[in-house]
Design a protein around this ligand. Structure first.
Ligand SMILES: NC(=O)c1ccc[n+]([C@@H]2O[C@H](COP(=O)([O-])OP(=O)(O)OC[C@H]3O[C@@H](n4cnc5c(N)ncnc54)[C@H](OP(=O)(O)O)[C@@H]3O)[C@@H](O)[C@H]2O)c1
Length: 285
């Protein structure tokens, strides 16, 4: 007797950038979904995504997307509401839809919810700078889920199957949750660029300045891993060198007012960490 194996559910991908390509490729390779149709803003981008994912077919407009059990709306945050409204207005068969915003709740796709879809926000806390790298780094990634029960449970199964560590998040907590990811990930390159820029401003060659900044970052990461944030903290704020803080802050503000503000705010947080062991906020006190 032969047992028929169930085929994986069909997934339509709307928005085929870094996150869409990575998740669709991981799910396709793990047999979690069968990628069916891929839509981006530019038709050539959708075609490239199909090649990167290794499955599906590119379509050039929303109306050309066939029904599917699962939909990933991996468009920029600013496009989630309009894509959801267009899908609902097109009368597409209600299904499960996930968006990937860390900041916006599931209800950003309210028109789909009103049309009978089950919607969840599903945020993998990873920097998706490059598809190959993100695929390799994905196992162990925290995935924050929020929204309608059916969509959340399907997302939990799908992310777990590719090594995600799922947690439930309240919609009201998303802004602070996502700000934490911005601090943890997005600001590191900014701080590196600021440091290298200042060293260039005082005459170091660009390559030297960038290497110096990168070396500090590598050693800081090693110290952080070994000692934690408070133990790894050095510098004038940690030492309580108030004269250095004041005069250095003034020199920086004269050089560039925005850098002066950033220096003052980060020095205040460094002082709190050195003194209190945390950077503050009502839930930490
Ligand atoms: N990047 C990260 O590290 C990261 C991490 C976690 C979550 N997220 C979230 O993931 C989502 C996608 O981010 P991303 O970094 O993957 O963005 P991205 O690389 O800029 O890709 C966005 C994709 O959406 C397509 N697109 C834009 N407007 C569209 C529309 N109206 N209809 C159909 N497709 C449209 C773009 O088409 P073209 O390719 O033709 O331009 C592109 O393929 C966002 O909600 C973001 O907050 C990002």
């Amino acid at each position: 007797m032969t047992v028929a194996l169930a085929s994986p559910p069909l997934l339509n991908l709307v928005g085929a950038g870094r996150v869409g390509r990575t998740l669709a490729r991981l799910w396709q390779r793990a047999g979690v979904v069968q990628v069916q149709a891929v839509l981006a803003r530019q038709p050539e981008s959708a075609a490239q995504a199909v090649a990167v994912i290794g499955a599906g077919r590119a379509v050039d407009r929303l109306a050309a997307l066939p029904p599917a059990e699962l939909w990933l709306l991996a468009v920029p945050d600013s496009q989630i509401a309009s894509v959801a409204a267009a899908l609902a207005a097109a009368g597409t068969t209600p299904a499960i839809a996930w968006h990937a915003s860390g900041f916006l709740p599931a209800s950003e796709a309210a028109p789909l919810q009103a049309a009978g879809w089950s919607v969840a926000s599903t945020h993998p806390a990873l920097s998706f700078a490059d598809v190959d790298q993100a695929c390799a780094q994905f196992p162990g990634t925290l995935c924050a889920l929020e929204g309608d029960a059916a969509a959340v449970e399907r997302a939990r199964d799908a992310f777990r199957a590719i090594g995600g560590q799922c947690v439930d998040l309240a919609a009201a907590d998303k802004p602070l949750y996502h700000a934490a990811a911005v601090f943890a990930s997005n600001f590191a390159p900014v701080l590196q660029a600021v440091a290298a820029g200042l060293w260039r401003d005082v005459g170091l060659p660009a390559e030297r300045a960038e290497a110096l900044a990168a070396g500090f970052l590598q050693r800081a990461a090693a110290n952080l891993q070994a000692l934690g944030p408070r133990g790894a903290l050095t510098g004038p704020a940690a030492r309580g060198d108030t004269r250095v803080l004041a005069e250095q802050g003034a020199a920086l503000a004269a050089h560039d007012p925005v850098l002066g503000q950033a220096y003052a705010a980060l020095s205040e947080l460094a002082g709190r960490l050195a003194r209190d062991g945390h950077t503050g906020g009502p839930r930490q006190n």
